[in-house]
Design a protein around this ligand. Structure first.
Ligand code: IMP
Length: 195
């Protein structure tokens, strides 16, 4: 272990940590926030996904000294000028209630012919003092009603292009192969393997 470069992924999400550890191989040891004793709620005060990812990565670098990467994700709906976007987690208010968020989205989309949307994940990486931003996108449409029980967040109302089912009707292996997060993570890993 001692020869491996340590890098922090600014998350407490065990699923995200496991996933990236499996993909990244043995060049880096990936630490989560809990591994470095960081239990603060890092404030996400920016109006953009890029800004929030950068705030989280810089926070860890400044307070804990580790190289770090952090992610932020949003659902961007064309007819709603990119909303809910950076507000995706709290679209219907501060409660982080997925059902309320979806309901509000569907009501704002009532009568809309253009149902194009995309999920976008941005990852900000700080190595030494250099910052790199990568992103990953999956294009799709917003359905007229929720369908499916898998996944989380807006999955029941998002149908990715090329599929006749929502993310919530897909098995997780398929979703994780084509998702915004998978695409952003692949970009990150390509970059980390080069430096
Ligand atoms: P986070 O930046 O990963 O915390 O994502 C912010 C918000 O975007 C979440 O609270 C969800 O509402 C939404 N979101 C992110 N990823 C997904 C996904 O894969 N499916 C559905 N909703 C998602």
């Amino acid at each position: 272990m001692s020869g491996m470069k340590k890098i922090v992924f600014a998350t407490n999400n065990a699923h995200k940590l496991r996933e990236i550890r499996e993909i990244i191989g043995d060049k880096y040891e990936i630490l989560g926030l809990a591994d470095i004793g960081c239990d603060e709620d890092i404030p996400e005060t920016s109006g953009t996904l890029e800004g929030n990812a950068e705030i989280k990565a810089r926070y860890v670098k400044e307070h804990y000294g580790y190289d770090c990467f952090a992610d932020d994700t949003g659902l961007e709906v064309e007819a709603l000028h990119g909303a809910p976007g950076v507000l995706s987690a709290r679209y219907a208010g501060d409660g982080h209630d997925s059902l309320a968020n979806m309901k509000l989205l569907l009501s704002n989309m009532e009568g809309q012919g253009n149902r194009k949307a995309r999920f976008r994940t941005v990852i900000a990486l700080i190595v030494n003092n250099d910052i790199t931003i990568v992103d990953g996108i999956v294009n799709g449409t917003i359905t007229h009603s929720p369908s499916g029980d898998n996944g989380f967040g807006y999955d029941p109302v998002f149908m990715p292009d090329g599929y006749e089912m929502t993310f919530a009707e897909m098995d997780s292996v398929t979703k994780n192969r084509i998702s915004h997060r998978a695409n952003a993570t692949s970009e990150l890993i390509r970059y980390l393997k080069r430096i």
